[in-house]
Design a protein around this ligand. Structure first.
Ligand SMILES: C[S@@+](CC[C@H](N)C(=O)[O-])C[C@H]1O[C@@H](n2cnc3c(N)ncnc32)[C@H](O)[C@@H]1O
Length: 201
């Protein structure tokens, strides 16, 4: 799967679709969560940093975790003396980091992770007390969103109520779904949700 993203990395930011998704997801996160300048944030599946760099000016630090070296190279190339996101090639599901965050955000990465329950457990491990998650992904779809094929796609979007149960079982409370954006393609429309929750006591 990382090979697919390595190949796509150079062209990832071209075109409007991914920019529009990241913009809408950022706006929804910012409207639902108080992003404060002491916060350390993880962007899970950060890719080229489309979401990370929108958050970075508002918080203390953003770490962009990903498993594609080429996507992370693109992310790193956007760093400047005034705005920085830390690229981190690391599999947090298999080896927890020695760091906890005030919040974890993610956009369009969760459907690429096979075991969603383990993912939320990993998020729980990586959060400080009362930490938040803000995760955007596709509502349940019919498998036609990825026009290049479904290699590395483990979920055709998510049913909200099943995902809510998974998140609660992972040790979170105050689970809320928000409508973040709708992608319009020739073959259909694909709504994207943002789910927010906080780490339970
Ligand atoms: C569809 S892209 C989204 C990238 C970025 N968030 C965006 O919105 O443009 C999914 C990203 O998740 C990454 N990814 C998939 N599985 C991962 C895992 N287990 N750990 C970290 N990153 C992962 C991929 O390498 C890829 O860069």
């Amino acid at each position: 799967m990382s090979e697919r993203f390595n190949q796509a990395a150079q062209e990832w930011d071209k075109g409007d679709m991914r920019q529009n998704i990241a913009h809408a997801v950022f706006q929804m996160i910012a409207s639902r969560i108080s992003l404060l300048n002491h916060m350390n944030i993880m962007d899970f599946g950060a890719g080229t940093g489309l979401l990370s760099f929108k958050l970075a000016p508002l918080v203390k630090s953003v770490v962009g975790v990903d498993l594609s070296e080429k996507m992370l190279e693109q992310l790193a190339s956007k760093n400047s003396s005034t705005l920085e996101v830390t690229p981190l090639y690391h599999d947090i599901l298999n080896e927890p980091l020695n760091q906890q965050f005030h919040g974890i955000v993610s956009s369009m990465a969760m459907h690429h992770v096979e075991d969603t329950a383990e993912l939320f457990k990993a998020f729980h491990t990586h959060l400080k007390r009362d930490g938040f998650i803000a995760i955007a992904d596709l509502e349940a779809e019919d498998g036609t969103f990825h026009t290049h094929g479904n290699e590395g796609v483990y979920h055709f979007g998510f049913e909200r109520e099943a995902l809510r149960t998974t998140i609660e079982n992972g040790g979170f409370e105050h689970v809320r779904f928000h409508n973040a954006y709708t992608v319009e393609k020739e073959n259909g429309t694909y709504p994207i949700f943002l789910v927010t929750a906080t780490k339970k006591g």
